[in-house]
Design a protein. Structure first.
Length: 285
């Protein structure tokens, strides 16, 4: 009992020592586990980063050359496409298609505009041709002159004076053209009408178509009676209508014409300046 009484402190000390030993072992075991866990996490993080870099590099290479770096031939095209994160090549293809469609639309619009322009030009040409045809069939009701020339109907605002054309004037002009130039070309018929109208304009000749044609010793068909006998043909009518509408085969200062082979008096040929020859007629100013 004395021994136990003397050594009663030993048991508590052993208990404390045992607790300390167990605690140290637990702490060491816990630290090692944490270290292993941290190391494992760091290893996984590094692998993830590396894998991301490799994946990014592979993505770039796949976008550049359009081929996959995978050696797994069993993977389908759809699976490979779905592995591309942004699918930029699909966007590029769509943009190319939109650009091609825009170019096609622009080309179609340009073609349509060119066709419309061509049709407008054809329509304008038809209108001009219709106007010319009207000039061959319809004489104007009024002539417009300046001091030096006969104006066409479109330039009437520039006129310094005008002359009202009667039906008798038109018929008389057609008859003198027919009588003087029946066998002459169409241009020669227009030129004869031009000479009569040039005289009408000039202050040196009478001031009406009738007076110009019937002026003494000017037109041989008047003297020999042929003027009264002729009936204007189609060419003579067209030539007169064209001249009245402004068509000119000789200049506005041309006042004379004659046939050098048929004329009895060649005074005009010797005294006036030659302008041109049409058929058998020579014109002078």
């Amino acid at each position: 009992m004395d021994i136990i009484s003397k050594n009663r402190w030993v048991a508590p000390m052993l208990s404390v020592l045992l607790v300390c030993i167990v605690g140290v072992n637990v702490v060491q075991a816990t630290g090692k586990w944490n270290e292993d866990g941290d190391s494992k996490q760091m290893t996984e993080l590094a692998a993830s980063v590396n894998n991301g870099a490799v994946s990014s590099n592979e993505d770039r290479r796949m976008l550049q050359d359009g081929t996959s770096l995978s050696n797994d031939t069993s993977a389908s095209s759809a699976d490979w496409i779905n592995t591309l994160p942004a699918k930029n090549w699909l966007v590029s293809a769509q943009e190319e298609q939109e650009l091609a469609e825009a170019r096609a639309k622009n080309k179609a619009r340009a073609a349509a505009a060119a066709q419309a322009k061509k049709e407008a030009a054809v329509k304008l040409a038809k209108i001009e041709k219709a106007k010319e045809a009207a000039a061959l069939t319809t004489p104007p009701k009024k002539l417009y002159f300046t001091r030096t020339k006969l104006l066409n109907q479109a330039d009437s605002k520039l006129a310094t004076w005008s002359y009202s054309v009667s039906d008798k004037d038109v018929l008389l002009l057609q008859k003198i053209v027919m009588a003087e130039a029946e066998g002459e070309p169409y241009e020669g018929k227009v030129a004869v009408a031009n000479v009569v109208l040039n005289r009408l304009r000039s202050a040196n000749f009478p001031d009406s178509i009738y007076k110009v044609i019937y002026q003494k010793s000017q037109f041989s068909p008047v003297a020999n009676g042929r003027l009264k006998r002729v009936v204007p043909n189609e060419d003579s009518i067209k030539a007169v209508n064209a001249a009245l509408n402004g068509k000119k085969e000789v200049a506005d200062d041309t006042y004379y014409f004659l046939s050098l082979t048929l004329a009895d008096d060649l005074t005009v040929a010797r005294s006036q300046k030659k302008v041109k020859t049409i058929g058998h007629h020579t014109f002078y100013k």
